[in-house]
Design a protein around this ligand. Structure first.
Ligand code: ATP
Ligand code: MG
Length: 439
């Protein structure tokens, strides 16, 4: 992409309404624009990151055996009346009437909708286990939408729903999602701590919240310091028994502030850490809570009809965009982990009116693209300082800076955004550094 032809509305001023780094940086980097309280448009740079995160989540869901579907955003009230949640859910639910005066709602979550799909089609335990997920916009009329897209009213969530014949099988489905969450967040360069959680309005028996560490997080967490250096479950294979893996992780201490009891904490004071964090995922096992009232039953091995055991598994896809920025930025701007970066590399031509610089920039830009990279070319008619500052701000992992001084010696500068290290090398080496380098 050529910056001269892109739509990247950068802000020079720090927006007053933004209280935390991610909100400030997303506005300044032209990623989002507020439409009304807690509701945002995603501009090209933001949309690109959102899609990358969604794709990574999708890959890990598929790997764990979940199957993608797409359910609507607007749901009929009847389904929620069947489960009993229509009245319970309260003011967070956006209730709508259609032209025929039918009660509809903008889905805050999809347990009822997916249970309806299941009961319409699945008759036998032989179809189990089954895990269906989608990545879809949700609406919750939050009392205090804030921190930009971190606590929005409209937000993008991945929600998966598992169906099993009994609680033992459901536990295995839960474990697969537990492990897949750790894998997903590790790929984004995040340390995510699963913390035993209350089940809230979803209800149920077993639940973990996944918290990523950030000073501005809304949740306080006490945890064993080993969480910071565990080589997360990247090598765990879904064909092995996951119970010992999950047990190993859940045995490592992690408690919400309000549940931490210093007098009875099993962790030595020297090993205990207390930080703030952001909830980016939440998983639940709730057994027959929806299948029973909604009649989602299957014929078991002996022919008798049994309500299925269900779990649900959410990831805040849009919240993750902010969460990753909270975990990875400096005073110059965002530092994207390569896996979710909007572009792999920025080619910064400091002097577009210099033929040598432009020939080199064009050549590198073309070869980076041909090598499978996704380069952003800064070919704007701007001061060098302004170019470098905006590329730092938008956080592209690598920068190749081309200027007349380097050109005279046949070199360009390659800078790693995360470490700040810069070296002068030939354009040839710049290409291989960027394409082979992990950032
Ligand atoms: P919170 O405790 O932050 O209000 P929740 O427990 O109500 O979240 P869940 O129902 O568990 O949320 O939803 C699953 C995930 O969706 C959460 O872990 C979070 O990442 C994301 N999420 C929930 N509410 C919002 C919101 N208002 N804006 C953005 N993301 C959200
Ligand atoms: Mg939650």
């Amino acid at each position: 992409m050529r910056l001269s032809q892109y739509f990247l509305p950068l802000l020079k001023e720090t927006p007053k309404e933004a209280q935390i780094a991610s909100h400030r940086l997303m506005l300044r980097a032209g990623m989002i624009q507020q439409s009304s309280a807690g509701i945002y448009s995603w501009l090209p740079l933001g949309k690109k990151v959102l899609d990358k995160i969604a794709q990574l989540v999708r890959e890990e869901q598929n790997r764990a055996g979940a199957i993608e579907i797409m359910m609507p955003t607007i749901q009929p009230a009847e389904l929620w009346q069947e489960s009993g949640r229509y009245d319970d859910y309260g003011a967070e639910m956006l209730r709508i009437k259609d032209r025929h005066e039918r009660d509809m709602l903008y889905g805050p979550t999809n347990e009822e909708q997916v249970t309806d799909i299941f009961r319409s089609h699945v008759r036998s335990y032989k179809a189990l286990p089954l895990n269906l997920y989608h990545i879809q916009w949700k609406f919750r009329d939050e009392v205090r939408p804030r921190f930009g897209i971190m606590r929005g009213r409209e937000f993008l969530m991945k929600d998966a729903y598992s169906f099993d014949i009994d609680s033992d099988a459901a536990r295995q489905s839960y474990n697969r999602m537990f492990v897949s969450y750790l894998k997903t967040f590790a790929r984004m360069g995040l340390t995510a701590i699963p913390m035993e959680a209350d089940t809230g309005p979803i209800g149920g028996d077993m639940s973990h919240e996944f918290i990523i560490l950030a000073e501005t997080g809304e949740s306080g967490v006490y945890f064993h310091k080993d969480w910071l250096n565990t080589d997360l479950v990247t090598s765990v294979d879904y064909s092995e028994d996951l119970q010992p893996v999950v047990d190993r992780f859940t045995s490592l201490y992690a408690r919400a502030d309000e549940k931490h009891d210093p007098a009875n904490c099993p962790v030595d004071e020297g090993d205990l850490m207390s930080l703030r964090g952001i909830e980016i995922g939440h998983i639940f096992y709730f057994g027959e809570k929806y299948s029973e009232p909604m009649g989602a039953t299957v014929a078991g091995p002996d022919g008798s009809n049994i309500p299925v055991h269900m779990g649900s598994y959410g990831i805040g896809v849009s919240r993750l965009v902010g969460g990753i920025i909270e975990a990875s930025h400096d005073d110059k701007g965002i530092i994207w982990p390569r896996a979710v970066a909007p572009f792999d590399v920025a080619v910064v031509n400091l002097k577009p009116d210099d033929d040598g610089c432009t020939a080199c920039a064009e050549d590198l830009y073309a070869r980076l693209g041909a090598a499978g990279g996704d380069p952003l070319m800064d070919d704007r008619d701007e001061r060098p300082g302004a170019k470098l500052a905006s590329i730092d701000l938008i956080g592209i992992p690598w920068q190749i800076v081309i200027g007349p001084r380097g050109m005279a010696n046949g070199v360009v500068e390659v800078k790693n955004r995360a470490t700040g290290e810069a070296v002068e090398v030939s354009p040839e080496s710049a290409l291989s550094m960027v394409m082979d380098g992990a950032a």
